[in-house]
Design a protein around this ligand. Structure first.
Ligand SMILES: *[C@@H]1O[C@H](CO)[C@@H](O)[C@H](O)[C@H]1NC(C)=O
Ligand SMILES: *[C@@H]1O[C@H](CO)[C@@H](O)[C@H](O)[C@H]1NC(C)=O
Ligand SMILES: *[C@@H]1O[C@H](CO)[C@@H](O)[C@H](O)[C@H]1NC(C)=O
Ligand SMILES: *[C@@H]1O[C@H](CO)[C@@H](O)[C@H](O)[C@H]1NC(C)=O
Ligand SMILES: *[C@@H]1O[C@H](CO)[C@@H](O)[C@H](O)[C@H]1NC(C)=O
Ligand SMILES: *[C@@H]1O[C@H](CO)[C@@H](O)[C@H](O)[C@H]1NC(C)=O
Ligand SMILES: *[C@@H]1O[C@H](CO)[C@@H](O)[C@H](O)[C@H]1NC(C)=O
Ligand SMILES: *[C@@H]1O[C@H](CO)[C@@H](O)[C@H](O)[C@H]1NC(C)=O
Ligand SMILES: *[C@@H]1O[C@H](CO)[C@@H](O)[C@H](O)[C@H]1NC(C)=O
Ligand SMILES: *[C@@H]1O[C@H](CO)[C@@H](O)[C@H](O)[C@H]1NC(C)=O
Ligand SMILES: *[C@@H]1O[C@H](CO)[C@@H](O)[C@H](O)[C@H]1NC(C)=O
Length: 868
């Protein structure tokens, strides 16, 4: 019977092997053997690929970050994975790829392979925040389907290839923060150019070394640009009048260049502008007329060489202004009070001009006004108003020469602090290194962190609680995080005049985000799927590396080879410590040579049993990994499941479901209303000598049990079928890599096996208290010793059982005829009787791979077993 079961088993294995290889579509064999092969070869050159990539040979089967359709790779999303290496030409083999996001992997370096141009179906290409260098390949111009191209924040150099002008579907073009040089290419009779990008809404070329004039030809009325960010380059010449034809423009940043000449009058046509920043150029002539820009929020014309003039009319007519900046503006005469009365005005920064006469801010000062900086002007007197009590700086004006002690003649008056998410509710709790306190739960965990750069916020006031609260809320809502599990810290306007904010996102449960979540959040931010409140304007995000839990394999090339842990969760040491009240004695439910078992309660209320290895009984990293890998695959309604594990801070712990009806011990002591199913209990005890041994207290009917005379572990038919669902074929293909091998150490003996079971069944059935049950378990453990010579013979077992029963005052004569005493059995064994919790320390012998297999309750099979 058992043999036939085993045969069934074997059949499964064989079937498994036959389909263990790549299932991707063979039609993909365009370059290097198809998409699977292309990704395999990328895997080989990249370090830190997700552990699941080492689990299966088929990228379309459970590789994190890989999306397939019809067995072809269509999306690769590996944001913030800590990838290291180069982008090899093999990427070109992923011909069905539609979306490629490698953002925020700063250790991805080297050149951008021209073979990116082979990805004819590519729609989204995001390489932001990596370490790529060299030229942008011309071949990117072949990506006819491309709509989103983000190459920002790398070290790319050379020119912007004119071929990008062929990307007729492009709506997002971000080349910012590189080392790009040369002109902005426009089309000629023979070459394409960026003026052809009629679908483009975003030209983000800021912070490069682009030079030459902004071509007049670049802009046309057919364009739909909303953000033109050319700031921080070396652009020269005049601002082209054609820019005034792009009526859709909302943000125009040309600041920090070397633009000269007069501002074209055409610019005043840009009635949809929210932000205009022309600061730090060499612009001359009269100030532009902005009076038609009724929704202009933010204007900065500082540090040019405009002709001296009085305050332009629009100082008094732009109702939406939040921020007016014109330092070194050559402004003179009186400063109109109207500018202080706009409903949204926050900051008026006009230092180093020549405003003179009396400053009168008027009686209807805007309620948002925080800062008026008029340093180094010619103001000789001030009419103070009770309507304004925030900061006014007049240092360097004649009015201060006599009144230097007055508040407005001092710097450093500001008392309000920049916004930061409050942790006040957490009572000053501190966290271990790398962890941070979630403002929502006040728990320490590993947040996903990075910096948000807002390239053109419509405001300047970084103390505005409401604005930042709205940012927080939009983040947790749109990134699907637990409400409040977000922290914003230290906002400030940096030297580039970008609003920079430290962002930390906290996992909803547990200490860590998993890779899938990190990839998702990273993509939401890199693909601009997340949109901040409108006031924050265009942004980009740069993630900090995420500290994923240490990987499994102890060493070697294949060090990313962590197991795929279906359902098994990583627990941090701190989490388990907390769940067991610091591993308190009260929580102990068992102990033995290997360590102790604790009852614990997780944050979500789940009660678990935690087996904690003590120093000296730790397994090697690989063995522990293998054990978890196998245990986590075994799912059965009647078998206690592995919930997770902890492998950090020098600890090895396994976390199991805890049976709701109490432990065996409690059952024995009558606490849980007796009627133990002894048969089941014994079968648990027979589980295995290692990995599953401690399950005896936890499992109800065990489904895995070991044959008495061999080291084979048998599965009930029911579990066998279940396990098949979980992919035994995978196990076998793993074993082909040498991780796990199988070996039959004995032969089956049905009679003995079932004999034992029957004895137990009939003898123990319907008993009340059974003080000898512990000894049953000890006996059972003897039966599953690793070495056959350490296991009792069948007659010894029978004797032992009789003795135990007699000790309990039970009449055994009806079930057995043996009569010798139990001491024979106990004394005849060199090894001490082990309580089932005391599963032995794994042996470091030459057959370690076989051990690694069977101690985990795995599935032995033999090619030699013949059906009976
Ligand atoms: C300025 O804009 C008008 C209309 O928008 C257009 O006709 C004219 O050609 C533009 N001037 C320049 C120099 O582009
Ligand atoms: C104007 O130039 C000065 C001196 O270079 C600089 O300190 C200041 O930040 C500039 N102002 C603005 C608004 O860019
Ligand atoms: C203010 O400056 C303007 C232009 O420089 C000058 O004409 C005017 O007399 C000055 N007014 C005062 C009160 O100094
Ligand atoms: C990652 O975490 C999310 C949310 O907690 C969960 O829904 C998802 O199943 C996890 N994915 C993996 C592969 O563990
Ligand atoms: C990427 O962003 C674009 C526009 O922001 C959006 O339409 C698209 O759905 C996003 N892609 C995904 C997969 O979210
Ligand atoms: C937990 O136990 C360790 C020693 O076992 C002790 O040093 C530590 O203070 C305890 N922590 C708490 C919170 O009880
Ligand atoms: C616990 O015992 C009760 C009553 O015997 C039973 O209905 C229930 O299913 C048991 N729960 C588990 C998890 O075994
Ligand atoms: C397997 O499951 C079936 C249906 O649930 C049940 O009748 C049968 O007894 C089970 N077999 C074993 C060996 O537990
Ligand atoms: C079981 O043990 C308890 C306490 O030791 C005792 O009160 C009870 O009578 C016993 N029951 C049987 C059936 O022996
Ligand atoms: C044990 O059981 C046998 C058979 O049922 C019976 O003859 C004998 O009297 C019993 N002995 C005791 C001590 O109960
Ligand atoms: C390993 O297994 C083989 C085959 O069963 C056996 O011959 C050998 O003695 C074993 N080695 C050790 C160290 O146990």
């Amino acid at each position: 019977m058992a043999a036939s079961r085993l045969l069934f088993f074997l059949a499964l294995f064989t079937a498994g092997i036959s389909f263990s290889f790549s299932e991707t579509d063979p039609r993909d064999d365009v370059y290097f053997g198809g998409t699977a092969a292309a990704l395999q070869s990328l895997k080989d050159v990249w370090k830190n690929t997700p552990p699941t990539w080492h689990k299966s040979d088929d990228p379309c089967v459970d590789w994190e970050g890989v999306t397939c359709s019809n067995s072809r790779v269509t999306a690769l999303g590996l944001s913030t994975m800590g990838l290291k290496g180069q982008l090899s030409g093999d990427i070109g083999g992923l011909t069905e790829l539609r979306s490629l996001d490698l953002s925020y992997n700063p250790d991805l370096t080297g050149i951008l392979t021209p073979r990116l141009g082979d990805l004819q179906n590519l729609n989204i290409l995001i390489l932001a925040g990596c370490g790529f260098s060299g030229d942008i390949p011309d071949e990117l111009g072949n990506l006819a389907e491309l709509s989103f191209l983000a190459l920002n924040s790398n070290q790319l150099s050379g020119r912007i290839p004119p071929s990008l002008g062929k990307l007729s579907k492009l709506y997002w073009l971000d080349l910012a923060e590189n080392q790009l040089t040369g002109p902005i290419p426009v089309s000629t009779s023979t070459t394409p150019g960026l003026n052809q990008l009629l679908k483009a809404k975003h030209f983000h070329f800021n912070k490069n070394k682009l030079s030459g004039p902004i071509p007049d030809r670049l802009f046309s009325p057919d364009m739909v640009l909303i953000h033109v960010l050319f700031d921080g380059n070396r652009l020269t010449g005049e601002i082209p009048g054609s820019l005034g034809q792009v009526q859709t423009l909302e943000v125009l940043r040309l600041d920090r260049n070397a633009l000269s000449g007069e501002i074209p009058s055409n610019l005043s046509n840009l009635v949809n502008l929210n932000e205009l920043n022309l600061a730090n150029n060499k612009l001359t002539g009269p100030l532009p007329d902005l009076s038609q820009m009724k929704i202009l929020n933010y204007v900065d014309l500082s540090n040019n060489t405009f002709a001296p003039s009085t305050a332009p009319l629009w100082f008094s007519t732009l109702p939406s202004l939040t921020t007016l900046v014109m330092e070194h503006g050559a402004l003179e005469g009186p400063l109109p009070s109207r500018v202080f009365s706009f409903p949204q005005i926050q900051q008026v920064l006009l230092k180093n001009n020549a405003f003179n006469g009396t400053l009168n801010m008027g009686d209807s000062v805007g309620t948002e006004l925080q800062l008026v900086d008029l340093q180094n002007n010619q103001i000789s007197s001030v009419t103070l108003t009770t309507a304004y009590t925030n900061t006014l700086v007049l240092v360097g004006n004649p009015v201060c020469s006599a009144l230097s002690n007055t508040n407005y003649c001092q710097l450093q008056q500001r008392s309000t602090k920049p916004y930061s998410t409050s942790l006040a509710n957490c009572g000053g709790k501190t966290c271990p290194p790398e962890q941070k306190l979630s403002p929502q739960s006040c728990e320490c965990s590993f947040p996903y962190e990075g910096t948000l750069y807002f390239r053109a916020p419509s405001f300047k006031d970084i103390t505005n609680v409401n604005l930042f609260h709205s940012l927080e809320m939009s983040l947790w809502v749109k990134l699907e995080l637990t409400p409040g599990s977000i922290s914003l810290q230290n906002p400030f306007f940096n030297v580039d005049d970008y609003l920079q904010v430290q962002l930390a996102l906290f996992p909803s449960a547990g200490k860590y985000f998993n890779r899938t979540e990190i990839q998702r959040i990273g993509f939401d931010l890199s693909n601009q799927t997340y949109k901040p409140p409108k006031e924050f304007g265009p942004y980009y995000f740069i993630a900090s590396p995420y500290p994923f839990p240490a990987s499994w394999a102890p060493s070697g090339k294949d060090s990313g080879g962590a197991p795929q842990l279906k359902g098994a969760r990583w627990f941090s040491y701190d989490e388990l410590k907390k769940s067991t009240h610091n591993f308190s004695e009260n929580n102990e439910i068992g102990s033995g040579g290997y360590g102790k078992v604790y009852r614990g309660m997780l944050a979500d209320g789940q009660v678990v049993a935690i087996k904690r290895a003590q120093q000296g009984s730790m397994q090697g990293g690989l063995e522990f990994k293998t054990e978890i890998e196998l245990l986590s695959r075994v799912h059965h309604k009647n078998l206690v499941g592995l919930v997770g594990f902890c492998f950090e801070q020098g600890e090895q712990m396994l976390v199991y479901e805890f049976m709701a009806n109490g432990t065996l011990r409690e059952s024995l002591s009558g606490k849980s209303g007796i009627h133990l199913d002894w048969k089941r209990r014994l079968r648990v005890a027979l589980g295995s000598a290692r990995g599953l041994t401690y399950l005896h207290e936890l499992a109800n009917p065990p489904i895995i049990h070991r044959d008495v005379k061999s080291t084979n572990i048998l599965l009930d038919e029911n579990l066998t079928a279940k396990v098949a669902d979980f992919g035994l074929s995978k196990l076998v293909s793993d074993s082909s890599k040498g991780h796990v091998s199988t070996q039959v150490k004995g032969t089956l003996n049905d009679d003995e096996y079932y004999g034992l079971r029957e004895i137990m069944d009939t003898s123990i059935r319907n008993l009340g208290n059974l003080t000898g049950f512990g000894r049953f378990l000890d006996l059972a453990m003897q039966c599953v010793e690793e070495s056959a010579s350490d296991r009792p013979t069948m007659s010894e077992v029978v004797k032992a059982i009789e003795t135990i029963l007699q000790f309990d005052g039970i009449n055994t004569s009806s079930t057995t005829s043996a009569s010798s005493s139990a001491t024979d059995f106990g004394a005849s064994r060199s090894s001490t009787l082990r309580h089932p919790y005391s599963d032995p320390v794994p042996r470091k012998d030459a057959n370690v791979s076989a051990d690694a297999f069977d101690y985990s309750g795995g599935y032995s099979h033999s090619a030699k077993v013949e059906p009976k």
